[in-house]
Design a protein around this ligand. Structure first.
Ligand code: NAD
Length: 328
């Protein structure tokens, strides 16, 4: 099962200039698909990183790769982007939890109105829609691991609420239009080209520069970290969804405490971290932990890269990029 067996093409990836989207695009191009990216090149983080991702995709894909710069909230731009595609993987979003608390209206505008605007432009009932949701929809749930059937009515940040809203919107659209839909709940994704403000990337930068890292709470909060290649394999499999509508967890299926994560980084970077101890952050959840049994059964999903190995791979990439002057 999986993408290579079915070769759905062309595929639109919204947000394809970003971290996860550019990895997905690379994989689909390498498998022979045609890929179009719609991305606004939002300045949430350094746009040069997104331009570098696009340049790489143009090299890998040649004539099978097309970039359209445009905003999700622009119906005409969405209409041009979906023209002629057989699948849409919708990853464009404002993706930070903490910034969503400062600017909830903008998060709703992009993540909710933008998602609806994109859907409204898809006229062909055969087009598969894959929605990039998030483990944050599980809010402060304490029953672990998190399973798709658990209650997700208690998000604790505007970002999480916007992702839950997205899941509801794509369900209503599926119900009315009949298009196949898969919503995928990603659990903290990391790997080369990770967003610079995310914990692993930020910590690697600070440790390398000899600066203190923000260390929230007592270090016991736990996260299910997912290596980007594993996520991308799951997304690629969902492009041929086994059911007309489904929600799947895509996680690493193991948890790592903040203190353990720092120890992995110290080992991989060969340097001790200096800790700046801070109270727990509003909007942060104490634990995330994915039950991936459903994705294993129905998508053939299998997380393969454990966090020690993944952090080492990330740090190898980070140090090489830094040495070459391509990242801060
Ligand atoms: P990213 O910020 O690198 O990629 C998102 C892309 O969306 C960016 O390139 C950005 O320019 C684009 N974008 C933002 N607003 C847009 C708009 N209005 N119109 C068009 N494009 C717009 O983030 P990522 O980490 O690759 O995340 C991809 C998706 O996965 C997001 O939907 C995010 O919410 C979801 N997700 C990510 C993680 C993670 O750990 N990285 C976890 C759970 C869910």
């Amino acid at each position: 099962m999986g993408y290579q067996d079915t070769a759905v093409s062309p595929v639109l990836i919204t947000g394809g200039a970003g971290f996860i989207g550019s990895h997905l695009a690379e994989r689909l191009l390498a498998a022979g698909a045609s890929v179009r990216v719609l991305d606004s090149l939002d300045p949430y983080y350094d746009v040069r990183l997104k331009q570098a991702n696009l340049a790489r995709l143009a090299t890998v894909g040649g004539g099978r790769f097309e970039f359209q710069q445009g905003d999700l909230r622009d119906a005409a731009a969405c209409g041009r982007a979906v023209a002629g595609v057989r699948a849409v993987v919708h990853l464009a979003a404002l993706a930070g939890v903490r910034p969503s608390i400062a600017d909830p209206v903008r998060y709703m505008d992009v993540n909710v109105t933008g998602t609806q605007t994109l859907l409204s432009q898809i006229a062909d009932p055969a087009v598969v829609f894959v929605f990039g949701s998030s483990s944050s929809v599980y809010g402060g749930n304490t029953k672990v691991p998190f399973a798709e059937a658990d209650n997700v009515d208690r998000p604790i940040s505007p970002y999480a609420a916007s992702k839950k809203a997205g899941e509801l919107i794509v369900h209503a659209w599926h119900h009315l239009r009949g298009n196949p839909v898969a919503s995928l709940r990603f659990f903290t994704v990391y790997g080369p080209r990770q967003r610079p403000e995310m914990a692993i990337h930020q910590f690697a930068r600070l440790i390398t520069d000899g600066k203190p890292i923000p260390f929230f709470g007592d270090g016991s909060s736990r996260r299910d970290y997912t290596y980007v290649d594993d996520i991308v394999a799951g997304v690629a499999a969902a492009i041929t969804p086994p059911r007309p509508f489904a929600v799947y967890n895509l996680g690493g299926s193991a948890t790592t405490s903040l203190a353990e994560l720092v120890a992995h980084l110290e080992r991989a970077l060969g340097r001790k971290a200096e800790l700046q101890r801070l109270p727990d952050q509003p909007g942060d959840v104490p634990i995330t932990f994915a039950d991936v049994a459903l994705a294993e059964r129905e998508l053939g999903y299998q997380p393969r890269v454990g966090v020690a190995e993944g952090v080492e791979r990330f740090c190898r990439w980070y140090l090489a990029e830094k040495q070459a002057g391509r990242i801060a």
